[in-house]
Ligand binder design. Sequence first.
Ligand SMILES: Nc1ncnc2c1ncn2[C@@H]1O[C@H](COP(=O)(O)OP(=O)(O)OP(=O)(O)O)[C@@H](O)[C@H]1O
Length: 235
Amino acid sequence: MIDVSGLTKTFRNGVEAVRGVDLTVAPGEIVGFLGPNGAGKTTTMRMLATLLRPSSGSATIAGHDLRSDPRGVRRSIGYVSQSGGVNPVNPLGDELELQAMLYGMSRAEARSRIADVLATLELTGLEGMPGGALSGGLRRRFDIAFGLLHRPSVLFLDEPTTGLDPQSRAALWEHIRSLGLTVLLSTHYLEEAEALCDRLLVIDGGRIAAEGTPAQLKGERTLNEAFLEIAGRPA
Ligand SMILES: Nc1ncnc2c1ncn2[C@@H]1O[C@H](COP(=O)(O)OP(=O)(O)OP(=O)(O)O)[C@@H](O)[C@H]1O
């Protein structure tokens, strides 16, 4: 579902953030992207989400070529950024409706799709609330709701649970799993990687340093020990 080959990104200031990443994500797989600060996780995901132009390399996402068909890629993916984006002031139901109509849905279609997405994420009844009145966990769920409106088949989540308490984090894992989508998510939480992800990719210095199921990466060690050995620094 995601096929990436030789992806690189050198920023104008000369920083080589991504230095030849190859990765694949199968349909329905939840893959965790781990790596120390500055390893290249966000840069890779932003390139795959068409938000940043790669310096070289190629990628196909849901059958669409990143370079020749970025619109096709955009239609097939949802991208939830690290900082999120829910409006702190306006009722989130109104914001969702606006976004759905920008995607070309009629008002009736928009309302029906929003009702479905809110039900999936157990947010029904909260659509009258502004983002500023919600807990961090609910805000993140609304961030994901925005990313799902146009029925993407692939979801990119950049550190979806950073800053959440352990209970809200575990609840969000359940919701992510229940979507049944292909997911690539970055995280610094090794227990999250282990509990949620089918497979892990460790990136370090812009290169994939290791990959495998959590059990394969761990071997006889804890995932934390394995990670320290691979990256030389904590996640
Ligand atoms: N717009 C930019 N211009 C120049 N350098 C950048 C830019 N964006 C990121 N970088 C650099 O690229 C490298 C990779 O950054 P990136 O944000 O992809 O890492 P990350 O793995 O997501 O880190 P974190 O876990 O801290 O979010 C870092 O050295 C960063 O400073």
